[in-house]
Design a protein. Structure first.
Length: 364
C-alpha cells in the first residue's frame, strides 16, 4: 500500500528520543506550561523570524484567540476564503464575529485578492487569508488594500509551516507576515504533534500579552484572573515532541518539494488540471483537478493507493452555512471541491512509489 501520509515511517528514527524526553518529564512532574513549552515557543519564533510565540491547545483555538485579542465589536466582519477547512469559519463565529466569504483564484487554492475590495465595508475589521496547501498568499497586495483602513490582518498558516513569501526578492517566513499568525500543529501537518496542538506568532507585544493571558484562563499569575479566559494551553508532552520534530521540518519540506516536482513534470495526462503553487510552497497537500475523479478513485482503490480531499465542500456548501450564504456562489471554490483529489505527499515516499501514482494518473 502507498500511504497518503505515514507518520510512523517519518518519525520512527525519533522514537528513542521521545521516550528519553518523556522519562525526564515524569521525574520533573512539569506537566502544565512546563519549561519545554517556553523553549518550543522560543525556537518556533526563531524559525519564523517573529518576536513572540504562544503555544495553544489547537489550531482552531489559535484563530479564535487571535480574533478575541483584537477586542472587536460583536458582528464585526472578517473576510475569509470560500475554500478552507471549517475551523477558519468556526473561529470567526466563536469570537462573536461575522464571516464574509471571498472566492479563490481560478487555478489556485488561494483567496482571490482582486475580489476582496468588493467585500470591504464599514463593518470589515479583519482580513484572514489562508496559505492553503502550503502556498503563500500575496500578503503585500492585501496590505495595500487595507492601508489607511482600520482593518487587521491575521493569516491562517496551518498548512504552511516553513513556507516563504518572496516579493521583490525580499524573502520572509510565514509566521512573520501579518499582525497575528496562527498555526495548527495537528499530527498530519508539516510540523505535527501526537495529538492536538497549535501556536500563534506575532511581532506585537500587546497582542502577545493578551493572547498569553487568554490561553491560561485569563491569568498571568496563579489564582489571579483578569479576563474571561480559556483553557487552551499547549501540552508540555506535545511541546517535547514538537521541539524534536522542528529540527527536521526544513529537511522534510525539501523532501515534499522533490515529490511535488515529480508530479509537476511527469503528470502529462491532458485530462488532469494542475493547481498553481507559489514558488516557495511547502506542499502540505499536492492537489490536482479532473472531471475523471471517480475513475481515478477506482484505480487508486484497486491499486491500494491512499488519497484525500481538501476539501470535498467549500465553506458555503457546508450544512451549517448553507442558509447564511444561500444567495451567494463561489464558482472557483465549488469547482475545486467537486473535481479535486489530493495525492500522496508523505516526505518519505520512495521515488518508485511516486512514479507508480503518476503512471496510474496518466493512464485514465
Amino acid at each position: 500500500m502507498i500511504k497518503f501520509f505515514d507518520l510512523h515511517r517519518q518519525d520512527k528514527p525519533l522514537f528513542k528520543f521521545f521516550l528519553k524526553d518523556l522519562k525526564s518529564l515524569l521525574k520533573k512532574n512539569d506537566y502544565i506550561l512546563g519549561e519545554s513549552v517556553k523553549k518550543f515557543e522560543n525556537e518556533f519564533s526563531k524559525f519564523c523570524n517573529s518576536k513572540y510565540s504562544i503555544g495553544v491547545a489547537n489550531g482552531t483555538d489559535a484563530l479564535t484567540l487571535a480574533l478575541i485579542a483584537l477586542n472587536l465589536k460583536k458582528d464585526s466582519e472578517v473576510i475569509i476564503p470560500a475554500m478552507t477547512y471549517c475551523s477558519t469559519a468556526f473561529a470567526v463565529i466563536n469570537a462573536n464575529l461575522k464571516p464574509v466569504l471571498v472566492d479563490i483564484e481560478n487555478n489556485s487554492p488561494l483567496i482571490a485578492i482582486d475580489k476582496i475590495k468588493k467585500k470591504i465595508n464599514s463593518k470589515t475589521k479583519v482580513i484572514m487569508p489562508v496559505h492553503l496547501y502550503g502556498s503563500v498568499v500575496d500578503i503585500d497586495k492585501i496590505k495595500k488594500i487595507i492601508k489607511k483602513r482600520d482593518i487587521f490582518l491575521i493569516d491562517d498558516c496551518s498548512q504552511a509551516h516553513g513556507a516563504i513569501y518572496n516579493n521583490k526578492n525580499k524573502k520572509k517566513k510565514v509566521g512573520s507576515l501579518a499582525d497575528i499568525s496562527c498555526f495548527s500543529l495537528y499530527p498530519g501537518k508539516n510540523l505535527g504533534a501526537y495529538g492536538d496542538a497549535g501556536i500563534i506568532t506575532t511581532n506585537n507585544k500587546k497582542f502577545y500579552k493578551v493572547i498569553k493571558n487568554l490561553r491560561n484562563l485569563g491569568s498571568d499569575k496563579k489564582f489571579e484572573h483578569t479576563k474571561i479566559g480559556y483553557n487552551s494551553r499547549l501540552d508540555t508532552i506535545q511541546s517535547l515532541i514538537l521541539l524534536r520534530k522542528l529540527k527536521f521540518l526544513s529537511k522534510n519540506n525539501n523532501k515534499r518539494k522533490v515529490i511535488a516536482n515529480l508530479y509537476h513534470s511527469e503528470i502529462t495526462n491532458k485530462k488532469i488540471e494542475k493547481i498553481e503553487y507559489t514558488k516557495h510552497s511547502v506542499y502540505h497537500q499536492y492537489v490536482i483537478k479532473t472531471s475523471k475523479r471517480n475513475r481515478l478513485i477506482e484505480l487508486f482503490n484497486k491499486n491500494k493507493i491512499q488519497y484525500g480531499f481538501h476539501y470535498p465542500k467549500s465553506i458555503n456548501q457546508l450544512a451549517i452555512f448553507k442558509k447564511i450564504f444561500s444567495k451567494e456562489s463561489f464558482p472557483n471554490a465549488e469547482k475545486l471541491a467537486k473535481n479535486s483529489i489530493s495525492l500522496p505527499i508523505d516526505p518519505n515516499l520512495k521515488i518508485g512509489e511516486v512514479k507508480r501514482v503518476i503512471k496510474l494518473i496518466n493512464s485514465i
